[in-house]
Design a protein around this ligand. Structure first.
Ligand code: SAM
Length: 257
């Protein structure tokens, strides 16, 4: 993940950005947070489960884990490890296994969910939060350059085997790994101009153009001129015309029988 996206990860919190998980947490629980990034949400998990519980954050990206350790080293009951979700070393030890905004980046989410299920104790709960990028919306419409960039971004992701609509497939994926009592909660994020962090949150598309956009250019998905125009014109939209942005997310959960 490019460095520019870390600032966004650092602004996240359990209460604001993983609301369904926040509602499920109780003191004393053991929780695994897969794809924890820089650990801002994992820290909130550790604080919610208190000193009788513990939270473990894992991420495949070593620099993310180093940043997480540096930022949250004083929090009790919290540890971070460099681990690939496809090779989780945990067996039957967690009450809750969570992954937020991670499966969207995996070419084989079913294999990842099988590993995550093994980390759950029997009766434990999986909670997956993810996007359907095809249902993102803006008011008013963003500039044509950004609409073209978003369409190219989704094609580029799909060509890499990533599911742009994974939120709406999570129920069948969780059933497919044997979980029961599947439940879905709408967690869509609406950001409005009147929100103090509107330009940061709705600005995620400018950040994507400024970071992943360069890889898209290298891969021939768009030209550098198109990438730059999308970034510049969208930043202008954010500063003036933009009123709101909705990112469609679902939290889908299931229980290991
Ligand atoms: C969009 S970030 C989400 C971070 C955090 N969960 C949040 O909601 O703010 C996705 C994270 O998944 C991690 N990731 C991607 N592939 C992974 C894999 N195979 N195993 C573990 N983590 C992975 C990335 O390194 C990145 O930190």
């Amino acid at each position: 993940m490019p460095d520019g996206t870390r600032a966004i990860l650092d602004t996240r919190s359990l209460q604001a950005d993983h609301r369904r998980l926040a509602a499920l947490l109780r003191p004393g629980l053991a929780v695994l947070d897969v794809g924890c990034g820089t650990g801002a949400i994992t820290r909130g998990i550790a604080e919610a489960v208190g000193h009788e519980g513990h939270a473990v954050g894992v991420d495949v990206n070593q620099s993310m884990i180093e940043a997480a350790r540096a930022a949250h080293r004083r929090v009790l009951g919290l540890s971070f490890h460099v681990v690939d979700v496809y090779r989780l070393p945990f067996r039957g030890e967690f009450d809750i296994v969570a992954a937020a905004r991670v499966l969207q980046w995996l070419a084989d989410p079913g294999a990842a969910l099988r590993e995550m299920t093994k980390a759950l104790r029997r009766g434990g709960r999986m909670v997956i939060l993810d996007y359907n990028h095809e249902k993102a919306s803006w008011t008013p419409e963003p500039p044509a350059s950004m609409r073209r960039f978003v369409a190219a971004f989704l094609r580029w992701r799909a060509a890499a085997g990533l599911d742009n609509a994974i939120a709406d497939r999570l129920g069948e994926l969780l059933s497919g790994v044997g979980l029961t009592a599947i439940a879905t909660t709408d967690q869509s994020e609406v950001t409005r101009r009147s929100d103090p962090d509107f330009e940061t949150r709705a600005g995620i598309w400018a950040t994507i153009a400024a970071t992943r956009g360069h890889q898209m250019v290298a891969d021939g998905a768009i030209s550098e001129g198109e990438r730059r125009a999308a970034e510049v014109e969208y930043r202008a939209w954010l500063g003036q015309a933009g009123q709101s942005h909705v990112q469609y997310l679902l939290a889908v959960e299931g229980v290991r029988p």
